[in-house]
Design a binder for this molecule. Structure first.
Ligand SMILES: NC(=O)c1ccc[n+]([C@@H]2O[C@H](COP(=O)([O-])OP(=O)(O)OC[C@H]3O[C@@H](n4cnc5c(N)ncnc54)[C@H](OP(=O)(O)O)[C@@H]3O)[C@@H](O)[C@H]2O)c1
Length: 283
């Protein structure tokens, strides 16, 4: 994807990886809508961005359905389309499961899994309009390698990775690509939660600037995923042998006429092809 001139929405853009994603996006010529709960943090990010694009801060809580509707309405009104949705907002929860409250579990799943899924659903019409367009889901290395003391967090990132894989197969036909990003430990506010575990668990810690740069490089290449280089990458590969074969066969089932007929009858997909969507849409 040619990045210059594209419109991107980045959640969690007031700090850490999200802030760096916004700065790097602006450098690469995208216009960015910044999203997060703290308006002052978003303004701070905004003040660090170049003035070439008409970037905007849209404060709100991503777990709130009304916020998601308002985001869609704003983007629709101003740009009429969305080229890149970056689901970066997330929370980290560390500790043994017996110390993890129901409130913690609910907050993790609501922020890391349910909100990204619901936001994608809300914004799909605008991503369809922009096709070929892209969704970036910021997961974690813990979404591949489940870690003790990170059980609930791992579960949330496994969930986000599962969602990403399913949507890659579901949306390929419509020109909406998915990039799943799996950073390893990164030096941000969130990392404070596991500071004491970093050394005993032999975590290598990346700078958020590097993570953000790698993610935009992956988007520019239309890459399905982006993983940190290093031993962690090898562990991931050992776990997952040749998933592309499954990708290809399952994605091709979406083009089966019976699947198409079913989807049209359910009224869940557009009946006209989107421009530039490869083999064309339904109808
Ligand atoms: N740091 C790491 O080691 C690491 C490693 C791998 C993956 N990740 C992932 O990277 C992503 C970014 O995390 P980070 O490390 O950059 O930490 P961070 O600085 O704490 O960033 C998280 C961002 O998410 C926003 N956020 C949280 N809940 C939200 C909500 N309900 N609605 C809207 N925004 C919300 C926060 O802003 P507000 O508080 O203002 O809402 C914050 O700006 C997360 O998905 C995290 O799981 C982090």
């Amino acid at each position: 994807m040619q990045l210059k001139g594209r419109i991107a929405l980045i959640t969690g853009a007031g700090s850490g990886i999200g802030r760096q994603l916004a700065l790097e996006a602006a450098r690469r010529g995208l216009t960015v809508a910044l999203m997060g709960r703290r308006a002052d943090a978003l303004q701070e990010t905004l003040s660090m961005m170049n003035r070439r694009g008409s970037h905007v801060a849209l404060p709100g809580d991503i777990t709130d359905p009304e916020t998601r509707v308002a985001l869609r309405q704003y983007i629709e009104r101003w740009w009429g389309r969305l080229d890149v949705l970056v689901n970066n907002a997330g929370v980290v929860c560390v500790g043994p499961l017996v110390r993890t409250s129901d409130a913690d579990l609910e907050r993790l799943m609501a922020t890391n899994v349910i909100a990204p899924a619901a936001l994608i659903r809300e914004l799909l019409p605008l991503l369809h309009k922009a096709a070929p367009s892209r969704i970036v889901n910021v997961g974690s290395m813990f979404g591949d390698i489940a870690y003790p003391l990170f059980g609930a967090y791992s579960a949330s990132k496994f969930g986000l990775r599962g969602l990403s894989m399913a949507l890659r197969r579901e949306l390929k036909e419509f020109g909406v690509g998915i990039t799943y990003a799996a950073p390893r430990a990164t030096n941000t506010d969130a990392a404070g939660a596991f500071e004491r575990l970093a050394a005993p668990m032999q975590m290598r810690i990346d700078a958020p600037e590097k993570v953000a740069r790698d993610i935009w490089i992956a988007v520019a290449r239309d890459a399905d995923s982006v993983y940190a280089k290093g031993p962690e990458r090898l562990f991931v590969l050992v776990q997952r042998l040749f998933p592309q074969l499954v990708d290809r066969s399952v994605a091709s089932q979406m083009a089966d006429r019976r699947v198409r007929a079913y989807l049209i009858s359910e009224g869940v997909w557009p009946t006209a092809p989107q421009s530039g969507v490869g083999r064309g849409g339904f109808g």
